[in-house]
Write a protein that binds this ligand. Structure first.
Ligand SMILES: N[C@@H](CCC(=O)N[C@@H](CS)C(=O)NCC(=O)O)C(=O)O
Length: 261
């Protein structure tokens, strides 16, 4: 059967979007979903959350099957706070156990599921990656500062902060013979850093202007299969960021699927 190329693009787009989970975001009035079935991994997420995306990238890189329950973080259900008292996503639930925090859940997944090992095993390399992650905090802080800045002074301060972190990453990349922070292919640290870099690349591009190594690195990361699987359309990201900025968040934009618990 002949399938039009426009239709194929649409299918590709739907597959890509599905990795972040198109499930409706459950809000305060929702009832607690039944627990996941035996050995089924459930991820509590939010489609546009960069921290949930870290975990989703690791799940995609290791091809770990899971189900997604999306949470409305502005109107959080009480039942969700009982699972994760911090009220943040991501959280995972499996066989009655709950784990939260993006780095902790991602590292747990890497340890217990088959597939390639994502966390760098070499202690010296890992220590250097952890120091880099410390500086990545400046990129993250600057990123939120830049989105929420109400005036030029605050925006400039946020860009300065972002630049300080990007400068460290740029130098790290220029001093490394490897294409990715973790080596020949993206690993844990690449996936922990990617979601905020992706967003900067999508809607704060100017911040990257002076960092040629970071730009080249982003271009390489964009070709990674896990990165592509977790990529939402730029327009949707921009729409969400606009709602975030104006405190008028709509989580259920783009495709939305209902649950069949
Ligand atoms: N330290 C957490 C941060 C997660 C986080 O901030 N997630 C945001 C969504 S992107 C959230 O749940 N926000 C809800 C809130 O702040 O109440 C992690 O690494 O998982």
């Amino acid at each position: 059967m002949l399938v039009s190329s426009r239709f194929q693009v649409k299918i590709k787009e739907v597959i890509k979007m599905a990795a972040m989970g198109n499930e409706r975001h459950l809000a305060a009035e929702s009832t607690v979903p039944p627990p996941p079935k035996q050995d089924v991994l459930r991820v509590y997420s939010m489609k546009f959350c960069p921290y949930a995306q870290r975990l989703k990238l690791v799940l995609a890189a290791k091809a770990v099957k899971h189900e997604t329950v999306n949470i409305n973080l502005v109107k959080k259900p009480q039942w969700y706070l009982e699972k994760n008292p911090r009220g943040l996503v991501p959280t995972i639930e499996i066989n009655g156990d709950i784990i939260y925090e993006s780095d902790i859940t991602s590292e747990y997944i890497d340890k217990v599921y088959p597939g390639r090992k994502i966390v760098t095993a070499d202690p010296l390399k890992r220590a250097k990656e952890l120091m880099l992650m410390g500086d990545h905090g400046k990129i993250v802080g600057g990123f939120y500062g830049a989105i929420l800045a109400q005036d030029d002074e605050k925006r400039a301060a946020a860009f300065t902060k972002m630049s300080a972190g990007l400068d460290v990453l740029d130098k790290f990349l220029s001093n490394s013979p490897m294409p990715f922070v973790c080596g020949e292919q993206p690993g844990f640290t690449d996936y922990m850093m990617w979601p905020h870099l992706e967003r900067i690349h999508i809607y704060l591009k100017l911040a990257l202007a002076n960092f040629k190594n970071v730009q080249a690195y982003i271009a390489k990361m964009e070709k990674d299969e896990a990165v592509q699987a977790c990529r939402l359309p730029d327009e949707l990201h921009k729409e969400f960021a606009e709602g975030y900025k104006t405190k008028n968040i709509n989580y259920d934009i783009g495709d939305v699927v209902e649950y069949n618990f």
